[in-house]
Design a protein around this ligand. Structure first.
Ligand code: M6R
Length: 611
């Protein structure tokens, strides 16, 4: 989820690219750079840190030239450093590219290039592409790019340039977004519409598997197999703020709708059959064999993802797992037996409590594995292993897509451990892997249903918006999801909400349930389905208004509930990835119905870096 901007035309390219990158800063900002063609050479300026550092560099010496590319990075491979910043060049410095996304087979490509004598100056997957393009070049940049990307797999978008063709850019889109903008005698390319709006409103949005050759006079558009494409330009009437939100009214809603992509990216290149490859996990089989206990520590939404993880590690692998709030853990005196592993989960990787809790367990001998969304964050500095969640920059304070990505990271870890330690037989592993692979499509279909989950949750939100107290219940994994559904609702709607295991109601909270009290139940776990139904009957008997989250094919649930939010059927173990979606939408629409500031709720910060 990086930002890309390219320009070719009569004006100096650097300032235009920089301005475009500013408009894309909301997509990522851990490093930035530009490459400009100047008198038969390519000049590159790049720097780790926010765009201001690049701006300062360009103020010192700005490369001259009317064709260039730029990038603002949200790292997925390699720490946010100067040398990992884009653009990347080939050793002859005659080619440069910027790239967004993930090259799934970069490791094999890199090994192959190393064997043939190549050397690399970064840790990124991008650099292999520029090497391939340079190697394939025989006087036609578009053909070189076509041949190079034919060897790459993954989800990505890129723009390439060469000093040999100083009026040509070549852009490819393979799932990651890319859009072309048309001015008078000048052409732009960017990963998002906001970057173009200062210059033009006439655009063409590229589709997957397309390649565009860009010159000042216009473009040639074709499929990667060479089939020409004719497409009309469209006129954009969004303002910049609308464009940054992709046309959604709030970042939170945009991020909820990004989840199919996030789930797909989180799996990309990591799951092959039942084999799991996690690039920054380096433990050996001896460690896996001896592992006796898993600790999970985190705060807030990340902790709720960890609660689900506990159910997964114990249920699937039978490895004792303890999930502890990091702010509690750090002031305890935990008994850490040898052969344990700690999963520290944190979107930002900077949460002070999580860092302290994780460090404490590590100091007592537990192997520390970070699950985080931010490459190079503080948590990664002292972790033994890292699983990056690949959710992309999350802007809304209320975390949504990062949560689902944390779930996927834990499923992958469980599958990896289960396979290598022989805790999962072939059949069980295949069932999990197949169900995991189906998830991106299922989340997508859930969000896209006509008159579906979004409309239904908006309708129900209207009924909840003036309530005082809302209860969430579930059992096992459903309880884990209920905790997150409740947090989402309270943090942005300011309504009081509480989550509890369904069986706990009758031990006290049932006294608060009266006529019309909203109770939201998640009921997907078949082994406790009837038990949760009993709890529903208890609240119904007191007049509660019950909303359920249940599978599409569950015909029984309607007998005990007023409304049902339906999700596609999956194996129960994976249901949190689907069942959380209607609850995120419900929270969003309740806050919206109450006219609240959704992306920045009062009193809360995106990242809590102090105690
Ligand atoms: O960056 P982290 O995941 O460590 O943040 C932990 C919590 O502060 C965070 O999950 C918070 O609860 C969410 N913003 C709530 O949506």
């Amino acid at each position: 989820m990086c930002g890309i901007m390219g320009y070719v035309g009569p004006r100096p390219a650097s300032p235009i690219i920089l301005q475009g990158l500013r408009r894309l800063e909301y997509r990522g900002y851990d490093s930035a750079g530009v490459a400009v063609a100047n008198q038969g050479a390519i000049e590159v300026r790049k720097a780790a840190g926010k765009l201001d550092r690049l701006t300062a560099l360009l103020e010192e010496t700005s490369p001259e030239g009317q064709l260039g590319i730029g990038h603002t990075r949200w790292a997925t491979h390699g720490a946010p450093t100067d040398f990992n910043a884009h653009p990347h060049s080939d050793p002859s410095e005659s080619f440069a590219i910027v790239h967004n996304g993930i090259i799934e087979n970069y490791f094999e490509l890199r090994e192959e290039l190393l064997r043939s004598g190549a050397s690399f100056s970064s840790e990124t997957d991008t650099e292999v592409l520029v090497h391939l393009i340079a190697a394939e070049y025989d006087g036609d940049l578009a053909e070189a790019v076509r041949r190079a990307v034919a060897r790459a797999s993954g989800a990505y978008a890129l723009v390439a340039m060469t000093a040999h063709e100083p009026d040509t850019l070549v852009a490819v889109r393979m799932i990651s977004p890319m859009v072309i903008g048309f001015g008078d005698g000048e052409t732009f390319v960017a990963s998002g519409i906001p970057a173009l709006l200062d210059h033009t409103r006439r655009v063409i949005v590229m589709e997957d598997g397309e390649m565009v050759t860009i010159t000042p006079q216009g473009i040639r558009m074709e499929k990667l197999d060479g089939t020409p494409i004719e497409r009309e330009q469209t006129e954009i009437d969004w303002d910049v703020e609308q464009a940054e939100k992709g046309g959604y009214p709030h970042f939170m809603l945009k991020e909820i709708f990004e989840q199919p992509r996030v789930v797909a990216d989180s799996l990309l290149g990591r799951l092959s059959g039942t084999d799991v490859t996690l690039e920054d996990v380096g433990w050996d089989t001896g460690f896996e064999e001896s592992l006796e206990k898993i600790w999970i520590t985190a705060c807030g939404t990340a902790f709720h993802a960890g609660l689900a993880g506990k159910e997964v590690f114990e249920g699937l692998l039978r490895i004792p797992t303890e999930a502890v709030y990091a702010h509690e853990l750090r002031y305890r005196d935990p008994i850490v037996a040898p052969n344990s592993m700690t999963l520290a989960i944190s979107q930002s990787g900077e949460t002070a409590d999580t860092l302290a809790g994780a460090r404490l367990l590590q100091e007592r001998g537990s192997r520390l594995v970070a699950i985080t969304n931010v490459v190079g964050s503080a948590l990664t500095h002292y972790s033994d292993d890292v699983v990056y969640t690949r959710a992309g920059l999350e802007i809304s304070v209320a975390s949504t897509k990062a949560y689902t990505a944390m779930l996927i990271a834990q499923y992958l870890l469980a599958l990896k451990l289960g396979r290598s330690r022989g805790l999962l037989d072939d059949g069980a592993a295949r069932e999990v892997a197949t169900a995991l692979e189906a998830l991106p499509e299922q989340v997508e279909s859930l969000l896209k249903r006509e008159e579906g989950i979004d409309e239904m949750s908006r309708f129900l939100a209207g009924q909840l918006a003036d309530k005082d107290d809302i209860y969430f219940i579930g059992r096992g994994l459903d309880y884990a999801v209920a905790t997150e559904g409740s947090l989402k609702l309270k943090e942005i709607s300011y309504l009081h909400s509480e989550a509890m295991p369904a069986g706990e109601l009758k031990h006290g909270t049932l006294a608060l349930v009266t006529e019309g009290t909203p109770v939201i139940v998640v009921n997907t776990q078949q082994h406790v389905y009837d038990k949760t139904v009993s709890a529903l009957q208890e609240v119904k008997a007191r007049g509660a208004s019950v909303i359920a989250v249940a599978y599409d094919d569950d015909t029984e649930i309607e007998h005990y509930t007023d409304h049902v939010l339906r999700i596609p059927r999956t194996m129960d173990l994976l249901s949190p990835v689907l069942s959380i979606v209607p609850l995120q939408l419900l929270a969003y629409h309740v806050a919206d119905a109450r006219g609240l500031e959704i992306d920045q709720p009062r009193n809360l910060a995106k990242s809590v870096t102090v105690e």
